[in-house]
Design a protein around this ligand. Structure first.
Ligand SMILES: *C/C=C(C)/C=C/C=C(C)/C=C/C1=C(C)CCCC1(C)C
Length: 258
């Protein structure tokens, strides 16, 4: 990696440190929050905390790797020769991205069959999207980056389609006071996720250098915080609201009986 200015280096260093603290604190919040929701939503919060736990671990490793890749010698930043390990990100995504979709499905409290089929389909699509993106991320030619990136866009667009078309009836069936939050959660997924391919393809149109590295590292970090912690808070709010929402549950039971 080309040498960054001390300011750029510190900005990235602080972003990684901030993300680690955010994910660690989020994990505690989500797991302790399980006691605030009724039993059918506890698994959703367990998984929400698992996602931020996995992310906290990886940001700790990313932070350490960043620390080892550079050092200051007489006030000047130099590379130590130990390469910065960017693969932690993809390993993290491979685990957390399917789980994020499972969170959303679980908190919607759909029927058992629908939960299993939607969570499986969305989870597999998400894993496929990340697995297809990786060869392009580490490729040395722009052509390869384009090829794998476009292949990865197919499951991505399929997920967006599932969230807006496949889930729209289930969202309409949510209790009225939770419907808006569920719809917001879906938008947070789509908008925060859309940021990743933008950053990725910026690397395929020749944006390079220290400024690009700074944008990519800080940009992915901000997107991760929104996609995992901010989204998690929405999942938590939906679970709390639906737990207190006796009328919503009985309306649902009424529908099932009819
Ligand atoms: C917590 C981490 C999250 C939510 C990561 C999400 C990552 C993506 C939505 C990545 C998508 C990509 C494409 C759609 C095409 C180019 C390659 C990727 C992997 C950057």
């Amino acid at each position: 990696m080309e040498i960054l200015s001390a300011g750029q280096y510190n900005l990235i260093y602080n972003a990684f440190s901030f993300a680690f603290a955010t994910f660690a604190a989020s994990t505690l919040f989500f797991w302790l929050g399980r006691s605030q929701v009724s039993s059918q939503y506890k698994t959703a919060l367990t998984i929400t905390g698992l996602v931020t736990f996995i992310a906290a671990y990886h940001y700790f490793r990313i932070f350490e790797s960043w620390n080892e890749a550079f050092e200051f010698v007489d006030g000047a930043l130099v590379a130590t020769g130990t390469p910065f390990n960017d693969a932690y990100r993809y390993v993290d995504w491979l685990l957390t991205v399917p789980l994020l979709l499972v969170e959303l499905i679980l908190v919607m409290n759909l029927g058992r069959l629908e939960t299993v089929s939607r969570a499986t389909r969305l989870g597999l699509l998400a894993a496929l999207m990340i697995a297809l993106g990786y060869p392009g991320e580490v490729a040395t030619s722009d052509g390869q980056r384009w090829l794998w990136g476009i292949l990865s866009m197919i499951p991505f667009l399929w997920i967006v389609y599932e969230l807006f078309v496949g889930l729209s009836k289930s969202i309409a069936d949510q209790p009225e006071d939770a419907r808006g939050l569920v719809s917001t959660a879906r938008w947070v997924v789509v908008l925060s996720w859309a940021f990743y391919p933008v950053v990725y393809f910026a690397g395929a149109v020749g944006i390079e250098g220290a400024t690009a590295s700074t944008i990519i590292q800080v940009g992915y970090t901000i997107a991760d915080i929104i996609a995992k912690s901010v989204f998690g808070v929405l999942i938590y709010m939906i679970a709390v609201r639906k737990s207190g929402d006796v009328s919503g549950d009985s309306a649902k039971a009424g529908q099932a009986a009819a």
